[in-house]
Write a protein that binds this ligand. Structure first.
Ligand SMILES: NC(=O)c1ccc[n+]([C@@H]2O[C@H](COP(=O)([O-])OP(=O)(O)OC[C@H]3O[C@@H](n4cnc5c(N)ncnc54)[C@H](OP(=O)(O)O)[C@@H]3O)[C@@H](O)[C@H]2O)c1
Length: 325
């Protein structure tokens, strides 16, 4: 069983004594900055370009905002919380030429290191602290006196203290109250990219839409189809989260359990598993990343069209009406 680190394994003073620059003030940047400050980290600068949308929000939250190159010059820890595809250019243009010798760079996703977007200077400590959930939940748990599970890893330990620094950072986010688990940049990144496609953001919404379409096409009312195929996803997610899959099955009716046994394996078949293996292979050999970066360089035309089409799916109009109830 993997060792789970907690507050008592971390020395908060390490991060409190650092001059921290947080690059980006989005989902993670804002919340990580707020949690750090509330954990007693006094010297925090938000690094954003002059045209960044979130500059006013960072300033309104009471943080000093500086351009990334300037912030890097005075930092001894930079937390990289810009979009993954932008991190290579930020490192090359702003951090590499300006970061003091012996500084550290932290990441919340292994992507830029795993796929070589960044080849860090040998004098830098490189660590990962990846909270396992969205920024909103990371902040809410922290303010409730609880914490979100986080993964941590060290890619390069120039100072001999990179692991202690990573644990200290994770504890300042509140994760030491819940658990900080070791991983590697590659493991965190590959598992995350796989899951995003094969289970969570890719497969589950697609399954919901397909179920909704099947019922509506057969003449069922869109409202009933919505409740059955979408609303109840919250119920099963909560049950699985609280009890595991076996425990969830104990909590549902015999009819539902029998239906699950009959229907589940007809939808997730050997072919589905083979496709999952292909998705994982494309993640690991870099094909997914090349595709992603290539699309990002063109301004994501395919993703823009796909999102626009999704927004007009009939399930959205029904959902808007029903959520008001
Ligand atoms: N979303 C999550 O819940 C989550 C969970 C775990 C890990 N992560 C990881 O956390 C990192 C940040 O993701 P996110 O979802 O927080 O991103 P996000 O919400 O898209 O925010 C990105 C921030 O970076 C800023 N930015 C863009 N280009 C920049 C540049 N050249 N220099 C400096 N700042 C720049 C953006 O500026 P604007 O103010 O102009 O938008 C924005 O403030 C990623 O590595 C991601 O994989 C995210």
């Amino acid at each position: 069983m993997t060792k789970v680190y907690r507050d008592e394994d971390a020395d908060l003073e390490l991060i409190r004594n650092r001059r921290v620059a947080i690059v980006g003030y989005g989902n993670q940047g804002r919340v990580q900055a707020l949690n750090l400050r509330d954990s007693g980290v006094a010297d925090i600068v938000i690094a954003l370009p002059g045209n960044a949308r979130r500059r006013p929000e960072a300033a309104a939250d009471g943080f000093t905002v500086r351009p990334p190159a300037e912030a890097a010059r005075e930092a001894d820890l930079v937390m990289m919380l810009a979009p993954d595809e932008a991190q290579g250019a930020i490192y090359a243009n702003d951090l590499a030429p300006n970061l003091p010798q012996g500084a550290a760079i932290g990441f919340s996703h292994g992507f830029a290191i795993r796929f070589g977007l960044i080849a860090p200077r040998p004098d830098l400590d490189i660590f990962l602290v990846a909270p396992k959930g969205p920024g909103t939940a990371l902040r809410q748990l922290y303010t409730e006196g609880r914490g979100m599970i986080a993964l941590f890893a060290v890619e390069h330990d120039a100072s001999g203290k990179a692991e202690a620094l990573a644990l200290s950072y994770a504890a300042a986010l509140g994760s030491g109250r819940a658990g900080i688990l070791p991983t590697s940049f590659a493991e965190e990144c590959e598992a995350d990219l796989f899951n995003e496609q094969a289970v969570l953001w890719g497969a589950i919404p697609e399954l919901i839409q397909a179920g909704f379409e099947t019922l509506v096409e057969a003449g069922f009312s869109p409202e009933v189809a919505y409740f059955e195929c979408l609303t109840e996803v919250k119920l099963i997610a909560d049950l699985i989260y609280e009890r595991g899959i076996a425990g969830m099955r104990e909590a549902i009716s015999t009819t539902a359990r029998f239906g699950a046994m009959e229907g589940g394996p007809r939808i997730v078949t050997d072919e589905t598993r083979a496709e999952m293996r292909r998705i994982l292979a494309e993640v690991r050999d870099g094909r997914f990343t090349r595709n992603f970066i290539g699309q990002a360089e063109q301004g994501h035309p395919r993703m823009t069209a796909w999102s626009a089409k999704g927004a007009t799916h009939p399930i959205e109009a029904v959902g808007e009406k029903l959520r008001k109830l």
